[in-house]
Design a protein around this ligand. Structure first.
Ligand code: NG6
Ligand code: CA
Length: 507
């Protein structure tokens, strides 16, 4: 089939692209959303990293539009993922903070999600990788040995192959289509976030059993010689091997693409390489000279390359949108003694932004951003303000899917900005740090609302941006948020305070 209108035409018309087939049907490109975990703005070489080389990501960036002002919705994982999938800022909802490994499903089955957008457009939908949005009905009551429901299939995903929470949280098992795989019925899994199971070693009591030691937290159950958050027992045959996770999930992602190649598909591929514990495959170990964190970035780059190669081999390149971003900013020591601090050298994981993961400063949410759609999207650089919360409305716009009334209240269709057609990004954006202190970006201004909490997260050595007074930064002159100009521009402070209050009240 022939595409009637090319982007060049729509760009000159200065309006939404008319991406229709000759028959009048909406064009349905495959969409692969690659979500990195804890990879910062400055961590990848396309964004200027000099000591880390990520050639596959660089190639993707050169084929597409590179966003310099892309944000995750939050400075931690669960709320960013919640906003990505629901189109609602997570701070509007209780229980959307960093989820325990036995949390119940945070996105309830009745919610309309990003996956539903694609499903309603006739796509095959899949999620592979880190989930961290809870599973089952209620916290602590899941049946890890049976059907763990509700789960991804209740919120729009036809296929799921996931880590229930994070690499550092039990249970350390893969869950495929809501069932733990490789489980021996004679060795069932028990999980608790309250107390240990009798006779089971822990990182705290048995450090002699560890191959990687915690620097803070992470001293509970030991799996593969690494102590985790939470307690688990049993399920030996089902336990993952940390050094194989990238291979396993990349393999599942490739298989999903291969199996879905004759339909339009949406793949949400959530890697976890740079998140702790960082245990890259031996073939990447030592390749960065920066220890496991650097090696994990190289491993991530490998996964991206595998996806790109497979899409090319299947002849899907021109009909596939690949988006790459990260769920929050970077952190160096996030709880294990893995030499990330000692071997960092001159590398700046957050680029020239202040703060990092957990923070209200830009380092918390200003993340790498790429969209490639060869032949359709003009390669280049865009400094439009964009946020992952908008993907739901943006793809609903592209695919002409109706978003039910009341769903996705914070998601906006900015298709022409995402597709690099001179379209405008967000006028303003609300962001949250680890303790839900809010900030708002509006044009060149960034206002961080006064909030309680420590200024520094001591264990990770991160400036959180918490301050009991107004903070205003002019990002056009001061990307590093060094000079608080709140006292010089009281009218801007008042305007943004009012706006934030309005957004908080509105839905
Ligand atoms: C923190 C963990 C950190 C990481 C984070 C979640 C401790 C001391 N720290 O509580 O290691 O797991 O939660 O990261 O336990 S995220 O990227 O999934 O949000
Ligand atoms: Ca994360």
């Amino acid at each position: 089939m022939k595409i009637v209108s090319q982007l060049a035409v729509s760009a000159t018309l200065g309006m939404l692209p008319v991406l229709t087939f000759a028959s009048g049907n909406t064009i349905k490109p495959n969409v692969v959303f690659i979500y990195a975990d804890d990879i910062g703005y400055g961590d990848l070489s396309f964004n200027g990293a000099k000591t880390i080389h990520t050639p596959n990501v660089d190639l993707l960036a050169s084929q597409g539009v590179r966003f310099t002002n892309m944000h995750s919705s939050a400075a931690t994982c669960t709320p960013s993922r919640y906003a990505l999938l629901t189109g609602e800022y997570a701070w509007r909802r209780e229980g959307t903070g960093i989820a325990a490994g036995d949390a119940g499903s945070i996105i309830r089955p009745e919610r309309f999600t990003l996956a539903d957008v694609f499903k309603n457009a006739g796509y095959q939908t899949g999620v592979v990788g880190k989930w961290h949005l809870g599973l089952g009905d209620k916290t602590g009551t899941q049946n890890w040995n049976g059907h763990i429901t509700p789960g991804p299939s209740d919120i729009g995903f036809d296929y799921s192959f996931i880590l229930a929470a994070t690499g550092d949280r039990v249970p350390c098992v893969y869950v495929e289509n809501e069932h733990v795989i490789n489980l021996d019925p004679k060795d069932l899994i028990s999980v608790s976030y309250e107390k240990n199971f009798e006779g089971e070693p822990t990182g705290k009591l048995n450090p002699e059993l560890l191959r990687m030691h915690p620097s803070h937290g992470h001293d509970m159950s030991i799996v593969n010689g690494i102590s985790r958050i939470g307690f688990m027992k049993g399920g030996k045959s089902a336990l993952w091997k940390d050094e194989e996770i990238a291979d396993v999930i990349t393999g599942k992602a490739l298989a999903f693409i291969e199996q879905s190649k004759d339909k339009p598909f949406f793949l949400y591929f959530a890697t976890q390489d740079a998140h702790v514990p960082r245990v890259p495959n031996p073939r990447f170990a030592g390749t960065s000279g920066m220890g496991p964190r650097g090696d994990a970035l190289i491993e991530f780059d490998w996964s991206v390359g595998e996806l790109m190669k497979t899409i090319k081999r299947l002849g899907l390149e021109k009909n596939t949108i690949i988006i790459l971003s990260s769920d929050n900013g970077p952190v160096v020591d996030d709880g294990y003694k893995d030499q990330a601090v000692e071997l960092l050298g001159n590398h700046k994981p957050a680029g020239d932004f202040r703060g990092g993961k957990y923070s209200s400063f830009e380092g918390g949410t200003r993340v790498p951003g790429i969209l490639a759609w060869p032949g359709k999207v003009k390669p280049g650089v865009s400094d439009q303000l964009l946020c992952q919360v908008d993907l739901l409305a943006t793809f609903a716009g592209l695919l002409k899917v109706k978003v039910p009334a009341g769903a996705a209240p914070d998601s906006r269709n900015h298709l022409t900005a995402w597709l690099n057609q001179n379209g405008k990004g967000r006028e303003y954006l609300v962001l949250q740090n680890v303790i839900n202190n809010l900030s708002i970006e509006d044009g060149k201004w960034k206002f961080i609302a006064p909030g309680k909490g420590e200024a520094m997260n001591a264990p990770t050595n991160t400036e959180l941006g918490n301050l009991n007074q107004d903070q205003l930064y002019d990002l056009s002159k001061d990307r590093g948020e060094k000079i608080n100009v709140a006292a010089q521009y009281p009218e801007v402070v008042e305007r943004l305070k009012f706006k934030l209050a309005q957004i908080k009240g509105a839905k």
